[in-house]
Design a protein around this ligand. Structure first.
Ligand code: FDP
Length: 339
């Protein structure tokens, strides 16, 4: 019997233990972040359970409302949003919450206030709910600037100011991927323990990938660099093999695959949507933060994604993210066009 392997298997690194370990590296830390994260984890566990039971519980179907983006809300979106808002407020560690589902930011009442601002999409990829495709929660965490009342400017900060970001994917397993600014780690929910266990330590994205991920149905409206890049993926002229296309249409699932296998995920601007589709604060920033922490890159077509300064909480931006070398190629095509 391989005792070393056995010991490894029984020494379970839960997400709480991991964050407590990280906390102990900062003696000045008061444990607020650990408490906040525990509440996010609780929200993820709840949503995971609701997603798994959705068909049975007859949760599938329209809730009869339209959200701020003009999209129909599903019952699960509404439920997930409520769960996260309540979990985050009750943590006592948040002051401003920005959710994809709510037109306005939520300012937490003073008696329950803490120093963190959380931006999140409680259930991303919701058009995939009814057919059982992987969907997820995406979140990013800022801290308010010292002193004074919390203001909207506290969340209208560039993505590089985030303290942490992550997503939880509700798929064949429930996987939470997190970065607190020193690498990326993946935790898988063990349903029998009800705990997220470290299963993907120190994730690094391959420097170059073999897959590209984009909604090709929008191709007729793409700009020159995007069209050229996708053409290059399919018909490379340098003798390299063509890339494979993978597109789920659920950002968390498409980004998760890109992070693990390498390659590039694109949601570019097009003639119909000059700012792209994806939302800066709770889609573009958290995923860009994770990509950079894993050794990849994220680019908007104009600049490093994390340098963007949003002016509105539901702002959108084009995004190209993934393996370092693949993003470098699309950057070169945009640079060439500018000249
Ligand atoms: P959805 O509309 O299903 O909620 O921003 C939401 C999102 O999904 C992303 O998860 C996904 O990457 C993208 O939209 C898919 O958009 P297209 O259907 O236009 O490809």
């Amino acid at each position: 019997m391989d005792h070393a392997a056995e010991a490894h298997r029984t020494d379970l690194m839960t997400i709480t233990r991991y964050v407590l370990n990280e906390q102990s590296k900062h003696p000045e830390s008061r444990g607020d972040f650990t408490i906040l994260l525990n509440h996010i984890v609780l929200g993820c566990k709840f949503v995971c359970s609701a997603v798994n039971k959705a068909g049975l519980a007859k949760l599938i179907g329209l809730a009869g409302e339209t959200n701020v983006q003009g999209e129909e809300q599903k019952k699960l979106d509404v439920l997930s949003n409520e769960v996260f808002i309540k979990a985050l407020v009750s943590s006592g560690r948040t002051c401003i919450l920005v959710s994809e589902e709510d037109e306005e930011a939520t300012f937490v009442e003073p008696s329950k206030r803490g120093r963190y601002c959380v931006v999140f999409d409680p259930l991303d990829g919701s058009s995939n709910i009814d057919c059982g495709v992987s969907i997820g929660t995406i979140f990013g965490i800022y801290m308010i600037k010292e002193g004074g009342e919390p203001k909207l400017e506290d969340v209208l900060q560039p993505g590089k100011n985030m303290l942490a970001a992550g997503y939880c994917m509700y798929g064949s397993s429930c996987t939470l991927v997190l970065s607190t600014g020193s690498g990326v780690n993946g935790f898988t929910l063990d349903p029998s323990l009800g705990e997220f266990i470290l299963t993907h330590p120190d994730i690094k994205i391959p420097k170059k990938g073999k897959k590209y991920s984009v909604n090709e149905g929008n191709a007729k409206n793409w700009d020159g660099p995007t069209a050229k890049y996708v053409e290059k993926c399919k018909f490379p002229k340098d003798g390299s093999p063509a890339k494979s296309l993978r597109y789920i249409g659920s950002m968390v699932a498409d980004v998760h695959r890109t992070l693990l296998y390498g390659g590039i995920f694109l949601y570019p601007a097009d003639k119909k949507s000059p700012n792209g589709k994806l939302r800066v604060l709770y889609e573009v920033f958290p995923m860009s933060f994770l990509m950079e922490e894993a050794g990849g890159q994220a680019f908007t077509g104009k600049q490093r994604a994390l340098d963007l300064v949003p002016k509105q909480i539901h702002e959108r931006s084009p995004i190209f993210l993934g393996s370092y070398d693949d993003v470098e190629e699309i950057k070169a095509l945009y640079a060439a066009e500018e000249q």
